[in-house]
Design a protein around this ligand. Structure first.
Ligand SMILES: Cc1cc2nc3c(=O)[nH]c(=O)nc-3n(C[C@H](O)[C@H](O)[C@H](O)COP(=O)(O)O)c2cc1C
Ligand code: SF4
Length: 398
């Protein structure tokens, strides 16, 4: 089935029907349905959504929060923007169902600062849902109440990381927290908080209406459902596509009419750069973690230049809290510049590889843990190109 353009999110949904179904179930029944569907978070890491909700449900506290992560700062990613602009009611319905399942009455949408122009669209959707008794008090005549506030982001990539996002929501500088405790235990203002991606919430009403077994039919065993991909770069038909999980890179390239492709960056700057030998691999959490973005490079592109661009981004966006990331991103960029000038020895390249591996295991948050991904994948997959251009020499001592 993988590869066919089966659509979930881009198909029609009657507003409120998912919520109505949810209210016919107990809280734990809903969590079980989401667990059974094997829905995994679409914000990048692919954490099982049902398990996250279960952890928040099990936490004992007078208040709980549902936060929608609409920060969408990953370079090359613009799929949540489409959902926010054209499918806002699906997001809010998913949040309300999450609220009912875990025992929360308050939702917050953390909207990327650059998307402030979408605020009126969201405000209007919230107003209409309130009027239809799908938000606010006595939802659909029940005792359940849930409402949503919009909070504008702080304009930093790291604020998309869930604990930095929570710091920012609390009015502080956006810096990642130590984990544990995880947000489901102690999140916004110290209360149990579910943070899910925009796209993740959108699948929820469909699953409640159609059932977990229906959702499982899409995608692969470990990565059920479909996925939105923002596709850009050297392609004839860029845009946002909904594809089944498990679609291969080559199928995507055919769909968007890419030709003469040399490399595909899967998952944005934090993702990995795939060479032609891997174009038949499926986009799924167990193979090529899909993220939200696919950037295509044709044979005219200089991969060292591509890498430099990504590393400059990480140097700029590192919050500077921890040494492996603050110093590591800087050193990796410096190494790329040395390679450009033909001043990097093979020995030093090995040292940089070790540094990259160290950053992955010792950085405090996902930014520093994933920043080495483009470095390692481009150096490994395009070694020939980089070495052939005399940019890495053996003659320069450390
Ligand atoms: C540097 C960094 C930036 C992130 N940016 C986003 C983002 O813009 N949107 C998002 O949903 N998740 C982002 N994440 C992932 C979140 O920390 C979190 O895992 C996600 O919101 C959880 O939602 P999910 O379970 O639905 O995927 C980011 C993570 C890191 C490390
Ligand atoms: S890994 Fe980077 S972004 Fe994350 S806390 Fe450390 S310095 Fe900040």
């Amino acid at each position: 089935m993988a590869g066919k353009r089966k659509q979930i999110l881009f198909s029609a949904l009657e507003p409120g029907l998912g919520l109505k179904k949810a209210l016919e179930h107990t809280q734990t029944e809903i969590i079980d349905i989401i667990k059974l569907s094997r829905l995994r978070g679409r914000g990048g890491a692919g954490f099982p959504t049902g398990l996250k909700w279960d952890l928040a449900y099990s936490a004992k506290a007078p208040k709980k929060f549902i936060v929608c992560n609409a920060d969408e700062g990953e370079p090359g990613t613009f799929k949540d923007r489409i959902l926010l602009n054209e499918h806002a009611k699906k997001i809010f319905e998913g949040m309300a169902i999450a609220g009912y399942a875990v025992g929360s009455q308050e939702g917050i949408i953390y909207l990327r600062a650059e998307y402030r122009y979408l605020r009126p669209v969201l405000v209007q959707a919230i107003d209409e849902l309130r009027k239809a008794h799908l938000l606010g008090k006595k939802i659909l005549g029940s005792d359940f109440q849930f409402d949503i506030d919009i909070h504008l982001g702080a304009g930093a990539y790291v604020c998309g990381e869930e604990t930095a996002l929570i710091e920012s929501l609390e009015g502080k500088r956006g810096e990642a927290r130590n984990k544990p405790p995880y947000p489901t235990e102690s999140g916004y203002m110290g209360y149990p908080t579910v943070v899910n991606n925009v796209e993740t919430f959108c699948y929820v009403p469909y699953i409640l209406i159609e059932g977990a077994a229906w959702f499982q039919k899409f995608g692969t065993f470990e990565s059920t459902g479909s996925k939105l991909f923002s596709i850009s770069g050297d392609v004839k038909k860029p845009g946002v596509y909904e594809l089944e999980m498990g679609t291969t890179v080559r199928q995507v390239l055919n769909l968007v009419e890419a030709s003469d492709t040399k490399a595909v960056q899967v998952g944005g700057a934090s993702g990995i750069c795939v060479a032609e030998k891997d174009f038949d691999k499926p986009l799924a959490f167990e193979s090529l973690p899909p993220g939200g973005s696919i950037i295509v490079f044709n044979r005219s592109r200089d991969m060292l230049n591509v890498l430099k661009n990504f590393m400059e981004f990480f140097v700029e966006e590192s919050c500077g809290q921890c040494t492996p990331c603050r110093e590591g991103t800087f050193r990796l960029l410096e190494g790329v510049k040395l390679m450009e000038q033909g001043q990097c020895s093979i020995h030093y390249l090995r040292v940089l590889r070790e540094l990259a591996e160290t950053m992955k295991i010792s950085s405090k948050c996902g930014l520093g843990q994933m920043a080495p991904n483009p470095f390692l994948s481009i150096i490994d997959n395009f070694k020939g190109e980089i070495l052939a251009r005399d940019r890495v020499t053996d003659s320069i001592p450390l």
